[in-house]
Design a protein around this ligand. Structure first.
Ligand code: PLP
Length: 434
């Protein structure tokens, strides 16, 4: 059957509001960085299922681990009894975590519920209610994580009231830096803006949590300046506020380190949420946190029947093995540098490319109006549709930012083929052909 037929005849549910529709494609299979649709068209995937398949599609070692575990035991709820893969994964996550001192793990099924759990642990442990997060943040779709998010009005429109006690401060994205400011002046100004609520209406000693994406994903693939985040981190600790990082999108090797916060020397979060690529895309998430924080809540404060399920945790153990055995952190770093060079070259060639940001295989490429330098959403949209026609999958965030997040196993040959397609689409735009 063809893509369109499946969508028209059988895909009524595809019309649901939860689906953001980009292309009329029904995926049939995937291998590494390649995808195939039901008509047999092949695509190079530069999205990695929203960064949830860092080890590539259906990696043989992950498939083997899932199969073996499924034959042994598919599910027994970790709420009642431990299981071997979950126990092993707890140790592995705790050992690799950026948290100082003993760490403990709590399981979830999605990045959204992991961030809800972060909020629960912070409130429970500190006995305080208020949560501070950042404009441009996407922390998930459940009420807690949605209340901490501020990326699009569509997220919360008609769904209010959101949870009480949530406050937003401006994220120091590079496009907010004024042309006359040095980087240090920018950081100082953003930190003054960060402190403003605490000096006027939000007593710091009533705040439980500061939750941040060290590199924002849906907010535009933008990294907070290191000095800025260091100041926020110190502020949190001075005032007994827990400092949590959302690694759901940028963790698991995406930025060339296990966790994106490891790009910020000297910061050791109290809590961290992980998901997406943790189990190579199977529904598993985790909160990793200082032991005494995680142990401060008693069951059933944060329990989900299938969270920490043996099959998903076995998949996660295999995922960790693949990242280590195939040196994917180094690969992410090296191929990311190559990608940066490529997109910088494109920026010199095409005046509709603004800033190029790349942190490992984690890139944001701004498409702008050459005269005004304002976001050019239409051009960005035309580009990704042309790329799709030419066999490359890329989407946008913030409307005008090309999101570059391929599986970390992408081969050099696939990457170069993708670069050729991207350049082809950009030339089509420059020639007025699209
Ligand atoms: N946090 C970040 C940074 C994300 O990018 C996402 C998803 O895009 C989430 C949390 C929510 O994860 P999930 O969609 O698995 O609930």
């Amino acid at each position: 059957m063809k893509n369109k037929e499946i969508l028209d005849q059988e895909g009524q549910t595809f019309a649901s509001a939860s689906r953001i529709k980009y292309f009329d494609m029904v995926i049939d299979s995937g291998k590494g960085a390649m995808l195939k649709d039901v008509e047999g068209h092949e695509y190079i995937d530069l999205l990695a299922s929203a960064s949830s398949t860092n080890t590539g599609h259906s990696h043989p070692k992950v498939v083997e681990a899932i199969t073996k575990q499924a034959q042994k035991l598919i599910q027994y709820t970790p709420a009642y009894f431990a299981n071997v893969p979950a126990a092993r994964l707890t140790k592995r996550l705790a050992d690799l975590s950026p948290i100082e001192g003993p760490a403990e793990v709590a399981w979830g099924n999605s990045g959204s519920d992991a961030n809800d759990a972060v909020i629960k642990f912070a409130r429970g442990y500190t006995g305080r209610q208020n949560v501070v997060s950042f404009t441009g943040a996407y922390h998930g779709s459940t009420y807690g994580s949605m209340s901490a998010s501020a990326v699009s009005l569509n997220m919360s429109r008609k769904m209010g009231p959101l949870m009480e006690g949530f406050y937003k401060v401006p994220y120091p994205s590079p496009w907010y830096r004024k042309s006359y400011e040095t980087q240090d002046q920018f950081i100082d100004r953003m930190f003054e803006e960060f402190k403003l609520p605490f000096e006027t209406y939000l007593p710091a000693d009533e705040v439980a949590l500061i939750l941040v994406e060290p590199i924002q994903g849906d907010g535009g693939i933008a990294k907070a300046p290191e000095k800025y985040l260091q100041k926020v981190y110190e502020f949190a600790h001075e005032h007994g506020i827990l400092f949590a990082v959302d690694e759901v999108n940028q963790g698991m090797g995406r930025t060339g380190k296990w966790w994106s916060i490891q790009n910020f020397p000297g910061i050791h979060p109290d809590l961290m949420s992980v998901g997406k690529s943790l189990a190579s895309g199977l529904p598993l998430s985790a909160v990793v946190g200082r032991k005494e924080i995680i142990e401060s809540l008693d069951a059933p404060a944060n329990v989900y029947t299938t969270a920490g399920n043996p099959v998903t945790t076995a998949a996660a153990l295999a995922t960790f093995d693949v990242i280590e055995d195939e040196h994917l952190l180094q690969r992410s770093h090296d191929l990311g540098q190559e990608a940066k060079e490529f997109f910088d070259k494109m920026k010199e060639k095409y005046d509709f490319i603004g800033d190029v940001r790349m942190y490992g295989l984690d890139g944001g490429i701004d498409i702008v109006d050459p005269r005004t330098h304002q976001p050019a959403v239409q051009v960005a949209t035309k580009l990704i549709y042309r790329m799709f026609e030419l066999g490359v999958i890329m989407i946008t965030v913030r409307g005008n930012v090309l999101r570059f997040q391929p599986p970390l196993v992408i081969t050099e040959e696939q990457l170069h083929r993708a670069f050729d397609v991207i350049e082809h689409a950009m030339q089509d735009e420059a020639d007025g052909n699209i």
